[in-house]
Design a binder for this molecule. Structure first.
Ligand code: G16
Length: 527
């Protein structure tokens, strides 16, 4: 009467090798994020859960990265997040019963084949965590395929391609071939001198070797000089998050004049751009990428004579300058979602073409089924309309629609700039960013902060939102919000205003209110 008859000994052996540490794990914004040395039992259990998820989808492979799991290559479905939390936190003796109960609740047929695909990054902790996943799969009789080092979005691509052959070849080489071919088809319509040149900071992460592997396929069309290729620690003084939060260049990268540069983050799912204007560092973040993509895809749809219902999804972190530009100048509908690509992705599917980007550079463009059908069935009145329709089709191929992908997003940006004949300077001139500042506040228990309205309003602790309102009212073009991080043990504070000085002043005043009303620990925030 046991669920995993015949594999019981493997389950017990797995539990013996990956025993519970008696800790409590939370799923947060994007998976179980904590120190690698306490993740071993979680990865073992998630290996087993991914196998169940695969069986729930009639043997379609599921995957584990950090660790979001889903057979269509998208982020794990919300109900399964709850299962993951339940399984990660039960006692060793309860693991089997918990898996059985999840299988029953989800109607999983345990006689189905199961396949799990796993990838890893360049960190020293990866091999042991991958082994834990493999043991979890083995414990429930599932096949696990280890793809070695990959960027997070490459793994999402592989899972999707494995389950849907129309998406692409389910190999790493297939990923490069698909993206390179679509990029070159688009570039054939551009009137710019080739090759396009770019400097790319790879955050000392897995994006470095993976992007390098793509470059030979783009020879003559696109060249990139790579920095921070793994010689230093991951994300340290480099990478998209550092550049965005510090609003300055990464280390080990020098650039002059209007040279265009970009930064990936450690697992290459985020992308930001920058250059210098009169010696000043100029950031082009996720909001800029969204504005560029939304504007251009709308232009193409109009040229093709198609109505595709394009919209943009942003979070509270979106710069007020970008939201204002999109809504009032570009006349594009904007929806707001909570932080975390899983929330944006979901909301973006409400649009025919859903452009979603977090300001931190994490995002992509989704073409929903209705939009894809419109494209497929389109009848064009003129050759130029037909060409615009074909180019939209090439963007469908170029963009990794499973999840935000720094490599694919970079190619999308470069293609749009080339097709529009737009310089970095002109891209930056689309709208003006309001000066902004992000801070972190350490508190005893960050769950005392609760929010509503896509995290733009703070509900508890009592009095905090009133205090924020008062500070915002005193600040020209002021806006500020606070939210508990879902990946770090801190409260995040965002503020923007008419000037750098006012944005900093507002951010520190709000951070001090958080410290005072939400149980701050250590030193009060100070510039
Ligand atoms: C993850 C999520 C992002 C989110 C970020 C910060 O990024 O995937 O959607 O914006 O964490 O989240 P929080 O403010 O809750 O800590 P990444 O690049 O680490 O996967």
């Amino acid at each position: 009467n046991r669920l995993f008859a015949g594999s019981i000994s493997k389950m017990q052996a797995g539990l013996n090798a990956h025993p519970s540490l008696g800790l409590t794990y939370t799923y947060g914004t994007a998976g179980f994020r904590t120190s690698a040395d306490i993740l071993d039992p979680v990865m073992f259990r998630l290996g087993a859960l991914a196998a169940l998820r695969s069986r729930a989808q009639e043997s379609l492979p599921a995957h584990i990265s950090t660790p979001q799991v889903d057979p269509m290559g998208e982020m794990l479905q919300a109900s399964w997040e709850a299962h993951a939390v339940e399984l990660a936190n039960c006692a060793d003796e309860q693991v089997e019963a918990t898996l059985k109960s999840i299988a029953e609740r989800e109607g999983v047929d345990m006689t189905q084949q199961a396949k799990v695909m796993v990838g890893s990054d360049t960190r020293k902790s990866s091999p042991a965590l991958v082994q834990a996943v493999k043991d979890g799969c083995l414990a429930v009789g599932a096949h696990c395929e280890d793809f070695g080092n990959l960027t997070t979005p490459q793994l999402h691509y592989l899972v999707r391609a494995h389950n849907d052959s129309s998406f692409g070849e389910p190999t790493e080489a297939g990923y490069y071939a698909k993206h390179a071919a679509a990029f070159k088809r688009l570039l054939a319509h551009a009137n710019v001198s080739l090759p396009i040149k770019l400097k790319v900071d790879c955050a000392n992460g897995v994006g470095a070797p993976k992007f390098a592997a793509l470059l030979p396929l783009l020879a003559g069309v696109f060249e990139a000089e790579l920095c921070n290729q793994g010689e230093g620690p991951l994300n340290e003084k480099c990478g998209a998050d550092y550049v965005k939060v510090q609003q300055g260049a990464p280390s080990n990268m020098t650039f002059e004049g209007d040279e265009r540069c970009a930064s990936f983050d450690g697992d290459a799912d985020r992308l930001v751009y920058y250059f210098q204007r009169a010696g000043q560092f100029c950031l082009l973040d996720g909001d800029r990428i969204a504005s560029l993509a939304a504007g251009y895809l709308n232009e193409l749809a109009a040229a093709a004579g198609l109505s595709l219902d394009l919209g943009v999804v942003q979070t509270a972190y979106a710069n007020g300058g970008s939201s204002n530009f999109l809504q009032n100048e570009a006349k594009v509908p904007v929806a707001f979602a909570k932080t975390g690509v899983k929330h944006l992705h979901h909301k973006a599917l409400d649009f025919g073409v859903g452009v979603y980007f977090e300001a931190n550079g994490h995002g992509t463009v989704l073409f929903n089924d209705k939009a894809l059908k419109t494209l497929e069935k389109a009848e064009y009145a003129t050759d130029s309309a037909r060409q615009a329709g074909a180019m939209l089709g090439d963007f469908v191929q170029l963009i990794n629609q499973t999840v935000g992908d720094a490599i694919s997003d970079l190619l999308m940006v470069e293609a749009i700039l080339a097709l529009k004949g737009m310089s970095t300077e002109q891209w930056a001139a689309m709208y003006n960013d309001l000066p902004n500042r992000q801070l972190k506040v350490k508190v005893a228990d960050r769950t005392v902060i609760t929010t509503t309205d896509a995290e733009r309003i703070c509900v508890t602790p009592a009095g905090l939102q009133d205090a924020i309102n008062e500070l915002v009212e005193q600040t020209p073009q002021g806006r500020s919000f606070v939210r508990p991080s879902g990946t770090e043990d801190v409260v995040r504070v965002y503020a923007e205003a008419d000037t750098r000085e006012n944005a900093d002043k507002l951010a520190y005043a709000v951070a001090n209110k958080v410290f005072e009303l939400a149980g701050g620990v250590g030193q009060a925030p100070a510039p």
